[in-house]
Design a binder for this molecule. Structure first.
Ligand code: NAD
Length: 359
């Protein structure tokens, strides 16, 4: 079928109540899961991704195959390409954008700062520029990050806490995204919801994240490095299972109000919301490793080193009462249950990787 046919077929809703969603970063970890969840319940979904080589290109291609099997077409292109975006809006009247495309990862920023500016700042501005210029204007839900809390040490983090001390360029670009969202909401009346994700993990996850490369290295018998905070306290993360995050994303789309297009001059102010989507139970990285050892039946070779100043923060912990109240968000998966599902996926996706069991 022609490009237009594939685009319209993918974006076709099954019922008149359904949403029509453009998912950017659709071949990414969260994008794949959100796109499939929306498509399965009958929404129209079109993906957009530039398939960059930040991590395993094959993994993104395999997620694309999974998306296609589920009826989701992924257009290959960059969020900075205005003419491509306008062309997509000419073909489909999207009611919502789920904007997940970004340069993720905190350490990569040291060698590749431009990539963060390109995707997380310029790309986001471009998305908003296109959204403001089309009619009807879609409601926007986008991924911010728990990293905006930066060096703030007051836990648990709640949405009103200070976010003026980002610890990495990645965090700074996510914080900049929030400022940019406020501006476009105020001036152009765009309806915008930002979701601060907390260390999302699960099947089809990201190979640059600790739970993923620990699994790989433990199975290979390679030593893993566990960082200890300067006060010798444990580094901990509020690990959040992908299915819980997906439910939060879908609820954010479902409760997003239409853009007013008037900067709040007519018909009341447009909606601007920011929510934490975490798990409310931080787990020390040492405990993450213990669980992986148990599930993989392999003892890890551990090195403990002081935490370098490379952009990581010591601790993350979400207060999710706002998301619970407004989105009915309620994470249900504890780390061991979620990791069990991740490990099962990992061993089937990389057959042969689990053979060297040495328990
Ligand atoms: P991911 O890297 O797997 O997905 C992002 C996708 O966006 C990739 O497939 C990439 O190819 C695509 N992309 C990047 N730049 C692009 C561009 N300029 N144009 C088009 N496509 C582009 O990451 P993820 O873990 O799925 O994260 C999704 C979103 O959630 C990101 O915005 C990320 O910053 C945010 N986030 C993720 C986590 C987490 O733990 N996974 C935590 C906090 C925030």
């Amino acid at each position: 079928p022609s490009w237009e046919k594939r685009v319209t077929r993918s974006a076709q809703r099954r019922s008149s109540h359904g949403l029509t969603v453009l998912v950017t970063g659709a071949a990414g970890f969260v994008g794949t899961h959100v796109s499939i969840a929306l498509k399965r319940r009958g929404d129209g979904v079109l993906g957009l991704d530039n398939f960059n080589h930040y991590y395993e290109p094959q993994l993104k291609r395999d997620r694309q195959k999974l998306l296609e099997r589920n009826g989701v077409f992924v257009v290959e292109g960059d969020i900075n390409d205005s003419s491509l975006l306008k062309k997509l809006f000419d073909v489909v009247a999207f009611s919502h954008i789920m904007h997940l495309a970004a340069q993720a990862g905190v350490r990569y920023a040291m060698q590749n700062p431009g990539s963060y500016v390109h995707s997380n700042i310029a790309g986001f501005v471009n998305i908003l520029e296109v959204c403001k210029s089309v009619n009807p204007q879609p409601a926007i839900v986008w991924a911010s990050s728990s990293s905006v809390y930066g060096l703030n040490s007051k836990v648990p983090f709640s949405e009103k806490d200070r976010t003026d001390q980002p610890a990495s360029l990645y965090a700074a670009t996510k914080k900049a995204g929030e400022e940019i969202a406020h501006t476009y909401n105020h001036i152009y009346g765009l309806s915008i919801t930002g979701l601060r994700f907390f260390t999302v993990y699960g099947p089809w996850g990201r190979p640059d994240m600790a739970y993923f490369f620990f699994t790989k290295d433990i199975l290979k018998g390679k030593p893993i490095t566990i960082f200890e905070a300067p006060d010798h306290g444990s580094v901990a993360r509020d690990f959040t299972y992908i299915d819980d995050v997906v439910k939060g994303c879908v609820a954010a789309l479902d409760t997003a109000k239409k853009s007013t297009g008037s900067g709040g001059k007519k018909g009341g102010p447009a909606q601007l919301r920011i929510f934490n989507l975490g798990n409310t139970s931080p787990v020390p990285v040492s405990e993450l490793v213990n669980i992986l050892e148990k599930l993989l039946k392999v003892k890890a070779k551990k090195k403990v080193l002081p935490m370098p100043r490379n952009g990581d923060v010591k601790f993350t912990h979400a207060n999710i009462s706002l998301a619970h109240k407004e989105l009915r968000y309620k994470p249900e998966t504890d780390l061991e249950t979620g990791l069990k599902k991740f490990v099962r996926w990992y061993l089937s996706y990389y057959p042969g990787s689990g053979k060297k069991s040495s328990w």
